[in-house]
Design a protein around this ligand. Structure first.
Ligand SMILES: [Zn+2]
Ligand SMILES: [Zn+2]
Length: 175
């Protein structure tokens, strides 16, 4: 008897397996039925109790099965392969859509950044325009006030000379 056979039914061990504490492995159904009437491992006769000695094995040995069931295995592995391909395809699709979303949000980000910087430069130019206007207003009033103060302190004849020269300048400018 090979170790890949169930010692109870002599069929090969592929799936739905359970091991006893001693390590011997059988079909879950076979060992369950066996232990209804027996209280020892069918291989080594060590004490075995269904409630405390049976360990279900969640492995599937179908891929390693004998040559006689190879066509069945091929169909199975083809099915598995198809399933893998399908899930692969689905994953790739999800990945693609994630990449697209990422690209879109990057573009949106870029657009928002450009808009923000355009707004910022607009605000900057408004501010500098405003400061130029403020400066001009301040300068012109200060300038005019200074000039008037200066003129007010001049002797009468000097003021007359300045007025005359201003008249000449005005005449030259207006032709
Ligand atoms: Zn069996
Ligand atoms: Zn045993």
């Amino acid at each position: 008897m090979s170790s890949t056979e169930c010692a109870i039914c002599l069929d090969s061990l592929k799936n739905n397996l359970s091991a006893l504490r001693c390590g011997h492995t059988f079909h879950s159904d076979c060992i369950a039925k066996w232990l209804v009437n027996q209280s020892a491992c069918p291989c080594c006769k060590k004490t075995a109790n269904h409630r405390t000695h049976v360990i279900p094995l969640y492995i599937d040995l179908t891929q390693r099965s004998d040559a006689e069931s190879s066509s069945h295995t091929d169909a199975n592995s083809q099915g598995n392969e198809k399933q893998l391909q399908t899930s692969n395809h689905q994953l790739r699709g999800q990945l693609d859509s994630c990449a697209n979303q990422l690209k879109e949000s990057r573009l949106e980000n870029e657009r928002l950044r450009k808009e923000a910087s355009a707004q910022a430069s607009k605000i900057r130019s408004y501010r500098s325009l405003q400061s130029v206007i403020d400066l001009q207003r301040r300068l012109s009033t200060e300038d005019a006030r200074d000039r008037m103060r200066h003129w007010a302190m001049l002797p009468r004849d000097e003021l007359g000379l300045i007025t005359a020269s201003l008249f000449e300048k005005y005449r030259d400018l207006t032709g």
